[in-house]
Write a protein that binds this ligand. Structure first.
Ligand code: GLU
Length: 253
């Protein structure tokens, strides 16, 4: 089984932009264990801009492009340093891949990135992918890692894309505003739920539910299942691996 797991800034960092050590520790432990059980894992991780902003003491998420890119340059190395340190404890080797929209569009580049991914998995390494924010911004590039994770899942011919969010999954209404909102456990057709997107974008992250539903459309059309679940509860990844109903599952077409 090959899975792509997308981890958002809100799962990895506190609102201050500083690393959420507890969340990071739990998540890297569970993912290490999934790999030990024989599951092939590819991570798509955000957090560069948020962690860079924290490290540079910029406080809130930067707005202008050069500051975002500078924060990403600082935060990306911090992010990989932390992944290397935590996954290293469980003897897993991390591999950084920074990609842009053009890498998926250009045939030669796309073939190269696909070959690299395949070889890394053969070598039992753990690819950790982010958008190359220093040359590509929301305005110019893929812009959000929900879409990036969908492109990666399709390129890697994954069986499943898991998007870790700060809520349990897709609800019938915004659960922050409506106490009647109910979790939808299965979505048979990702094209039919666009109206439920709302605006759930959290502090430091980029994507909200809208970009997650767009990712669901892309991957399910390519024959890949997708699950949105709560990144704050990493043990849910075990439930997913065991096939237990978790969060919201979008069925492949
Ligand atoms: N690439 C951005 C970062 O690492 C995040 C994009 C997103 O959150 O979707 O900060």
């Amino acid at each position: 089984m090959r899975i792509v797991i997308k981890i958002g800034t809100s799962t990895l960092a506190h609102k201050t932009g500083k690393l959420n050590i507890r969340a990071f520790e739990e998540l890297t432990k569970v993912i290490s264990n999934l790999k030990n059980s024989g599951i092939e894992v590819i991570l798509v991780s955000s957090g560069a801009i948020g962690m860079g902003a924290g490290k540079l003491g910029l406080g809130a998420k930067p707005e202008d492009i050069p500051t975002k890119q500078a924060a990403a340059a600082v935060g990306q190395s911090e992010l990989m340093y932390m992944y290397d340190k935590y996954f290293g404890e469980y003897h897993h080797t991390v591999a950084q891949m920074l990609l842009t929209a053009n890498d998926f569009e250009d045939e030669v580049k796309h073939k190269n990135l696909t070959n690299t991914l395949a070889r890394l998995l053969q070598l039992q390494a753990l690819p950790i992918i982010n958008e190359n924010d220093t040359v590509s911004t929301a305005e110019l590039g893929i812009g959000d890692n929900d879409t990036l994770s969908a492109l990666v899942a399709i390129s890697a011919k994954a069986d499943l894309l898991i998007i870790l969010s700060d809520i349990e999954g897709l609800y019938t209404a915004d659960p922050h505003k409506n106490s009647e909102a109910k979790l939808i456990s299965v979505v048979e057709n990702a094209d039919e739920v666009a109206s439920l997107a709302g605006d759930t974008s959290s502090g430091l992250g980029t994507g909200g539910m809208l970009t997650k539903l767009q990712a669901a459309k892309l991957v399910t059309a390519a024959g890949i299942d997708m699950i949105i679940t709560n990144g704050g509860k990493p043990d849910l990844l075990y439930d997913i691996a065991e096939g237990k109903p978790t969060g919201t599952k979008f069925l492949r077409k």
